[in-house]
Each structure stands twice: as structure tokens, then as C-alpha cells.
Design a protein around this ligand. Structure first.
Ligand SMILES: Nc1ncnc2c1ncn2[C@@H]1O[C@H](COP(=O)(O)OP(=O)(O)OP(=O)(O)O)[C@@H](O)[C@H]1O
Length: 357
């Protein structure tokens, strides 16, 4: 689905390459974290996938296409197969939630009927059904990011790229966004996320690719954040450490209930039925303060270790069927630069806003 072959990116006027001989293969249906210190090359990597930039050398293939062979004119069409989420949301300030999401579909010429069905379904999926008529400044940061995610997935992208999507959000809100990304991935969408959020990366137990000075220094199938973890545990007070452990337990139960279940089964086997089992952490209601319909959907997650077969829905999921990845777009419209093109669309007269809170 994404293939980097000996990719080097050297920016004009710089001594050291931002990316130096990167080999990377990401398969369809994977959830991959790209981690690393500031300046290690994470964003450069995502920009190359999105064809916002070209490598200095090496080859990049995305969704079956050799990016060096896509002409600039065709780039917006290529980007329609990719959803893109940013740290600063980039919503259109003068459009409602509904219109922000519909915008993606309008630009590529989807019918009114399709838009009227697809937008509410997508808003429901991201937990914003009741907020379709609001404007971005009337939403919390987490809600704004949900709108941005809805906009990124309404066009059924095969790949969702997220560059620090939780960078402007508090931990509880970030947790809801991570649950959402996990659910989107469970529907078959390949998710590639650049992040500094050590706690979430450790807990999610997905593939982790770590960059250091433009080189891949680690590629773990079920990794954690590694030595770049940002929480200075040694410096915490006893109370701080207790709070961190409690928070981690809650986050673990929410994001990786299957891991919790395995832990419980192991503990139960060890106890050999001599001791009453403790109540399951995964069975407890978690993060009550997040208005997130996905929290219940994720109680019985799909087996995320097995990518879904091509063109086949994951059984049991409650994600609208139109979200099934489908790179092909038969819609042909005139392209122009600007905001929409940055989103993989086209438009040239729209302003955008970052976080409004
Ligand atoms: N347009 C540019 N021109 C020159 N140098 C650049 C440009 N963009 C990035 N760089 C340099 O390339 C290197 C990698 O940058 P990149 O933004 O990819 O890192 P990052 O891991 O995403 O960092 P952060 O976590 O701080 O966002 C850095 O040294 C950066 O200064």
C-alpha cells in the first residue's frame, strides 16, 4: 500500500538530509505510528506520501502508483484516495460542521443525494450527530478534530494520514480521537500517524516505526514509544506516579481491551480458581466524560492483527459501509490550487482556521 525504496529527502540549503535512505513497507489495513524526536523526519515522510513534496532520490509507491510518474496536474486526483488530518484541524471557519464535511464531496462532484446520506453517517461515526449545524468556533478542540477526521474519511480513503492529530488536545480528548482512529482502521483503512504521544503509542500496541535524524532506527510490529518516551517518571512524586498508573490502566482498558482480557485470563489460570477473580478493568465503564459512541463499539474489537481482505467488510463492525476503502474515483472535475488541493481536493477561495480554542 505504501512503499519507500531507499528514499532520501534533502531540502534546499540544508547540509544533512531530512530523510536518509529510508526503506519502508506498509501493508493495506495496517495501523502504523511514525515516532521520533522533533526534526527526525516524521512530517517529511507524510508529505512525501501525500506527494506534497518529492524525494531527492529513491522511489515511493502509494496505493499502487509510482509517485514519480504522477504529473502535477494529476496530483489532486491521486490525493483523493488519501485522507489527511492535521494537528491544527484546518476547518473552514465560515462553514458549518455539515458543510465542512460535505465540502470534500461537493468538490469532487458527488450528488446531493449521496452527500445527504454520507455526511450524517460520517458525523454519527465520529460522535457529532447533534452538531451538524454548528460552526467550528462553537466546538471544543476535540470536536473540531472529529470534524476534521470526518472530512478526511467521508470520501472513503484507502489511507488516512494523521500528523500529530492529538497535539493540541488534552489527554482525555486525545483518547477519544485515538479510539476513533482505531475504529476507522478496523473498517479497513490504513492509518499512518506521526506523533509524540508516548503513552498512547505504548498502549496501542500497533506497529511503530521510529525515525532518528532521518533514518529508521526501529520498526516494531507491536511496539511502544521506546527511549524517546516523554514522561519523566523518575521525576514524579508518589501521587503523580499513582495518577499516571491509574490513567494508564483506564487508557489500556479503553484502547486495548483484548490485551486486558488476555492478562485477566493469564491471572485466572495462575490463581487456579483458588481466589475470587477481581472485577475486569475492561468491563468497567471507562472515560465517562467522553461523549463517544465508539467507546461501546470498541468493547468487542475486531481482530486488528489481521488486515481485512480486499474489498471485504470486517464482520461485526458498525461502521457505515460507504466507509469501505475505495481508491477509484470516477469523478473528473477541473482542478485548481489552494485549500482544497491541500486536502486532496480543489478550491481556491476558502480560508481555513486552526484550533479556535
Ligand atoms: N521546507 C524545509 N526546508 C528546509 N528544511 C526543512 C524543511 N522542512 C523540514 N526541514 C528540516 O528537515 C528535518 C526534518 O523535519 P520534519 O518536519 O520532517 O521533522 P519532524 O520529525 O516532523 O519534526 P517535528 O516533530 O518537530 O514536527 C528537520 O531538520 C527540519 O528542520
Amino acid at each position: 500500500m505504501i512503499l519507500f525504496e531507499n528514499v532520501t529527502k534533502k531540502y534546499r540549503g540544508t547540509q544533512k538530509p531530512a530523510l536518509d535512505g529510508i526503506d519502508l513497507k506498509i501493508d493495506r489495513g495496517e495501523f502504523v505510528f511514525i515516532v521520533g524526536a522533533s526534526g527526525s523526519g516524521k512530517s517529511s515522510c507524510l508529505r512525501l506520501i501525500l506527494r506534497e513534496d518529492r524525494p531527492s532520490s529513491g522511489e515511493i509507491h502509494v496505493a499502487g502508483q509510482d509517485l514519480s510518474k504522477i504529473s502535477s496536474r494529476k496530483v489532486p486526483y491521486f490525493r483523493r484516495g488519501l485522507g489527511n488530518v492535521f494537528q491544527d484541524f484546518r476547518l473552514l471557519a465560515n462553514k458549518t460542521v455539515f458543510d465542512n464535511v460535505a465540502f470534500t464531496l461537493q468538490v469532487i462532484g458527488k450528488s446531493r443525494g449521496y452527500i445527504q446520506e454520507a455526511v450524517p453517517d460520517t458525523l454519527e461515526m465520529v460522535g457529532l450527530s447533534g452538531k451538524a449545524k454548528r460552526f467550528p468556533h462553537e466546538l471544543s478542540g476535540g470536536e473540531q478534530q472529529r470534524v476534521a477526521i470526518a472530512r478526511a474519511i467521508v470520501n472513503k480513503p484507502a489511507i488516512l494520514l494523521a500528523d500529530e492529530p492529538t497535539g493540541n488536545l488534552d489527554p482525555a480528548t486525545s483518547l477519544g480521537i485515538m479510539q476513533l482512529l482505531k475504529a476507522i482502521n478496523a473498517s479497513g483503512t490504513t492509518v499512518v500517524m506521526a506523533t509524540h504521544e508516548a503513552t498512547f503509542v505504548d498502549i496501542m500496541q500497533q506497529r511503530v516505526v521510529e525515525l532518528s535524524q532521518g533514518v529508521v532506527v526501529r520498526d516494531d510490529v507491536e511496539g511502544g514509544y521506546g527511549h524517546t518516551a516523554s514522561i519523566p517518571i523518575a521525576e514524579l512524586t508518589d501521587t503523580g506516579a499513582r495518577v499516571l498508573r491509574t490513567t494508564e490502566a483506564v487508557v489500556r482498558a479503553a484502547l486495548a481491551p483484548e490485551v486486558e482480557r488476555m492478562r485477566e485470563q493469564d491471572a485466572a489460570a495462575a490463581e487456579a480458581a483458588l481466589i475470587e477473580p477481581l472485577p475486569s478493568a475492561a468491563a468497567e465503564p471507562v472515560v465517562d466524560d467522553i461523549d463517544d459512541p465508539l467507546a461501546t463499539r470498541l468493547e468487542e474489537p475486531a481482530d486488528l492483527s489481521v488486515p481485512p481482505p480486499e474489498d471485504e467488510a470486517v464482520p461485526g463492525k458498525r461502521i457505515p459501509s460507504f466507509l469501505e476503502p475505495d481508491v477509484e474515483s470516477t469523478v473528473q472535475v477541473a482542478e485548481s490550487g489552494g485549500f482544497a488541493e491541500r486536502l486532496g481536493l480543489s478550491d481556491d477561495d476558502q480560508g481555513n482556521v486552526g484550533p479556535t480554542r
